[in-house]
Design a protein around this ligand. Structure first.
Ligand SMILES: Cc1cc2nc3c(=O)[nH]c(=O)nc-3n(C[C@H](O)[C@H](O)[C@H](O)COP(=O)(O)OP(=O)(O)OC[C@H]3O[C@@H](n4cnc5c(N)ncnc54)[C@H](O)[C@@H]3O)c2cc1C
Length: 498
């Protein structure tokens, strides 16, 4: 029997398989497709997401095929700046840059290549899972292998549906989708520059808030450039993706003399969240659990955060260190977090997609160079016993670069809670607290100046970091440290069984 079966090997499933493989679990990952999805999708991810890719073991290779993004500008039909959202060009608190441009197939190739080097992970490509049944405390998956034309079954303790927007697992859970109100059709295409581009739009992403034809430009990696163009009444979905209809839409910037059209597709951008993310041993992550319009470049990022939150909880439950009740904190923590991003993307969509003249004029007055919309984007996890009501709880920890050049997460290792304390603390007392913890808790004495500055910024002597790098909380007394550790005991098998 395998520990975890993952249905769907998009970026979210492939990241989860790497995280779980890294933690020593036996994993099988299915995808009905044999090849990586070929149509244009994600072009941006953030520093927190890069931190998860670091944990998944692909950050160094990924760094060779990304471009650090300087940010995004919103302009109106006359080209006047409405909102400026610059992103820092220096390494930030996560130990990475705030914003990266990338090509989604590059990432997926790296994630799959890393999986092939993990003996405890089996990949089943070209295999369509069509049923999952629960029996005798485990799940049986039934799937069709398209290469062989044969049917098979396989048992796993848990199944995670990373199976995208039309998720089978979501249907098996019986979850409805909550509708957050935005559903618009956009044409999305990538071009490859043939030569230096005379009328280059530069490195910022640009939201052209033109009521006649809202559109987005993104400077991709290498010679790749992205346009996303809103469909207007009268546009024909099948006609508009033809090259002869695409080029006129961008002729004021670029023509077929400058570039080749690589690929294009029409998408309906949705804003939805599943009501239930778990039923017993079945769980959802990524687009299967939520979908967002791409204006913030956060759809995939949210899925990557899901699996960072879920992976260590599944490990703790499967290893018997924690009770299955720990898995209830997954939706409790992730749903409010992702909802905040989707709601902001919907607000941003309304700003970009204002197509009535009066609506657009009102928008232009409101956002006359006012970046306020963007400043609200730092949600904490939703409340759970593992973060609530404790100083700093539920916010993401920093990842200082240590004096020896290592990143802090690499020192902490995977799957541990870490208790980071100032060196003047009595090591033996803290060791004793760590030893009593039901989940793995590792003591790290903060001798490095960058870690001490982080504790200074937290106004804390001790910080307890969860395996997904969010803070359980901070403390300044031994008693507070004990209280924090009691939080972890909430999910001790012995406690919850009693
Ligand atoms: C135009 C556009 C731009 C975007 N831009 C960004 C961006 O800049 N930043 C960002 O973060 N996000 C962005 N996104 C969103 C991002 O692409 C998605 O959120 C991400 O691809 C979802 O990943 P996933 O692994 O959850 O699902 P998917 O990538 O959809 O993968 C699901 C996989 O499951 C497989 N599958 C499904 N059912 C079964 C089954 N029964 N058996 C076997 N296999 C199955 C499918 O074949 C598929 O490979 C964008 C999306 C679009 C459309």
């Amino acid at each position: 029997m395998l520990d975890v079966a993952i249905i769907g090997l998009g970026p979210v499933g492939a990241t989860l398989a790497n995280l779980m493989g890294n933690m020593g679990l036996s994993v099988v990952a299915f995808d009905r497709a044999t090849e990586i999805y070929p149509l244009p999708r994600a072009v941006h991810f953030d520093g927190e997401t890069m931190r998860v890719f670091q944990e998944a073991g692909v950050a160094d290779e990924l760094l060779r095929c990304v471009h650090v993004s300087p940010g995004m500008k919103f302009v109106n039909a006359e080209g006047a700046l409405l909102v400026d959202w610059p992103r820092p060009m220096e390494i930030g608190h996560h130990g990475w840059h705030a914003s990266y441009r990338f090509h989604q197939p590059d990432l997926e190739r790296l994630l799959r290549a890393r999986l092939r080097s993990r003996p405890q992970v089996q990949l089943k490509l070209g295999c369509d899972v069509y049923a999952v049944d629960e029996r005798d405390g485990h799940l049986t998956l039934r799937y069709e292998d398209a290469h062989q034309g044969s049917l098979h079954a396989l048992d796993a303790r848990y199944v995670v549906g990373c199976d995208g927007a039309r998720s089978l697992v979501r249907r098996l859970i019986g979850s409805e989708l909550e509708d957050l109100g935005l559903h618009e059709r956009w044409l999305v295409f990538d071009i490859i520059l043939k030569r230096p581009w005379a009328r280059s739009l530069g490195d910022f992403s640009i939201q052209f808030c033109n009521p006649k034809r809202p559109s987005t430009y993104v400077r991709g990696v290498g010679n790749r450039r992205r346009w996303e163009i809103m469909l207007m009444p009268g546009d024909d979905v099948t006609e508009i993706v033809r090259p002869e209809n695409i080029w006129p839409l961008v002729r004021k910037w670029i023509t077929p003399d400058d570039a080749d059209l690589e690929r294009g597709a029409v998408y309906t951008f949705h804003s939805v969240i599943a009501h239930e993310w778990r039923k017993g041993r079945l769980l959802l992550a990524g687009d299967a659990a939520h979908q967002t319009p791409p204006f913030l470049g956060q759809g995939m990022c949210a899925g990557i955060r899901d699996v960072a939150n879920l992976a260590w909880k599944l490990r703790a439950v499967i290893s018997g260190e924690a009770s299955p009740a720990l898995l209830d904190t997954y939706q409790a923590e992730r749903r409010p977090h992702v909802a905040e991003f989707i709601e902001l993307a919907v607000r941003m969509g309304r700003l970009i997609q204002a197509t009535g003249e009066s609506q657009a004029q009102e928008r232009d007055r409101r956002f006359d160079g006012n970046p306020e919309l963007m400043n609200s984007i730092s949600p904490a996890l939703g409340p759970s016993p593992l973060n609530g009501a404790i100083a700093g709880g539920g916010t993401l920890s920093w990842q200082p670069m240590l004096a020896d050049g290592r990143r802090m997460d690499d020192v902490m290792g995977a799957a541990h809670f870490c208790l980071v304390a100032r060196p003047q603390w009595e090591g033996a007392e803290l060791e004793a607290v760590c030893a009593k913890s039901p989940l793995k808790l590792k003591l790290v004495l903060a001798t490095d100046p960058s870690v001490l500055s982080w504790l200074d910024a937290l106004h804390a002597d001790v910080a307890v970091i969860r395996p997904d790098r969010y803070l359980l909380g901070t403390a300044t007394t031994l008693d507070e440290v004990r209280q924090l550790c009691r939080r972890i005991s909430t999910f001790d098998v012995a406690v919850t069984a009693g």
